[in-house]
Design a protein around this ligand. Structure first.
Ligand code: 5AD
Ligand code: FES
Length: 347
């Protein structure tokens, strides 16, 4: 019965909420088959390649106070930093030499980074590396700001919705943060021609398996080009410090469901997955993920961009991480490729 549902999902890229929930609830009985199908679809669409994105954590200042996040504004124990335009560009220089063709500028919501400043950084990176893609992950901004950054050369934008459930959203965030503002931002980004990434945490406080089934329907509706998911991992200085962590097991199961629902999607095996389970990223690839996002930030940034406890790769050189990842990925039968790795619509 589960096998028939999985075959149906592969065939139709869709299931009902009840059908998704049945699979999620009975995942122990169908994990093996689902993982195999998802890995096969992944290989059919992308061959044995894994794309890499160079992550540059430009600022850990944030005006928001999300209950789960280690760099929330109320956390006084964070040593705050900002990268200058020169520092950001020099991370891109290093990344290019290491074979990266996508740079992800990620940061807290920090008004220091005006459109003007960001445009100058984007323009300079594009001038030096016209064949590279620029992805932004800088939270909620205005329509006009997204538009200006797009015109300066930004190609993609990551903005996780965190949960597709309006009530759940309000239990993860303070009341000044609004689910519908988030959705509006995502719609704005899509309308401007960004390749858009959404995403959610697996096992976040108060999340139910039914919520996870709803996540699948949300993805069917939004049809994003990228989906970032990882387990929730508690951070000691947040209101959620005593909540249980999400699991690698459920996260990889969700990765596989996503692969079958959105066969072409760019799907990272995240650092959070590698943190909760030493082999998490390899397991993610074997479950259908096809992107890795090693960290190019300078070491003082890495040490202070801690969204959750025990984050991995905060002391390692980017070159070291690449070597390490190459070896890990080899074991899955896949290999890292040097290319922009754009979303392609047709199979
Ligand atoms: N555990 C796991 N993921 C987290 N994020 C933020 N805090 C945590 C945490 N404690 C995720 C959010 C955010 C992304 C940058 O990191 O989903 O969108
Ligand atoms: Fe960073 Fe393995 S990927 S040390």
């Amino acid at each position: 019965m589960y096998k028939a549902l999985i075959d149906k999902l592969e065939r139709e890229s869709a299931l009902s909420k009840k059908e998704f929930l049945t699979l999620i609830e009975n995942r122990d009985k169908c994990r093996e088959y689902l993982t195999k199908r998802a890995f096969e679809v992944r290989n059919k669409v992308f061959g044995n390649t894994v794309y890499i994105r160079g992550l540059i954590e430009i600022s850990n200042y944030c005006k928001n106070d999300c209950f789960y996040c280690g760099i929330r504004r109320s956390n006084r124990n964070v040593e705050r930093y900002r990268l200058s335009p020169e520092e950001i560009i020099s991370c891109a220089d290093e990344g290019f030499k290491l074979g990266f063709r996508t740079f992800v500028l990620q940061g807290g919501e920090d008004s220091y980074y005006t459109d003007e400043l960001l445009c100058s950084v984007i323009t300079e990176i594009k001038k030096r590396y016209p064949d590279c893609a620029i992805t932004l992950s800088l939270g909620e901004r205005t329509y006009k700001s997204y538009k200006t950054l797009k015109e300066a050369g930004a190609d993609r934008y990551l903005l996780r919705h965190e949960t597709a459930n309006f009530e759940h959203y309000s239990r993860l965030h303070p009341k000044e943060m609004d689910f519908f503002t988030r959705l509006k931002c995502i719609a704005d980004l899509k309308s401007m021609g960004y390749q858009v990434g959404v995403g959610f945490m697996v096992g976040s406080p108060f999340q139910t398996l039914e919520d996870l089934a709803d996540e699948m329907l949300f993805l069917m509706q939004i049809k994003p080009q990228m989906v970032g998911i990882g387990p929730f991992i508690s951070h000691r200085d947040t209101p959620f410090k005593n909540f249980e962590n999400g699991s690698a097991e459920l996260t990889t199961f969700m990765l596989s469901l996503i692969r079958l629902t959105l066969p072409n999607v760019l799907l990272p095996a995240t650092t959070a997955l590698g943190t909760i389970d030493g082999d998490g990223r390899e397991k993610g690839i074997l479950a259908g993920a096809n992107v890795l996002m090693p960290n190019l930030s300078p070491s003082f940034a890495k040490k202070n961009y801690l969204l959750y406890d025990n984050k991995i790769c905060t002391g390692d050189e980017a070159a070291q991480c690449i070597e390490c990842l190459k070896n890990r990925i080899k074991k899955t039968g896949c290999e890292i490729t040097v290319s922009r790795g754009d979303y392609k619509d047709e199979l």
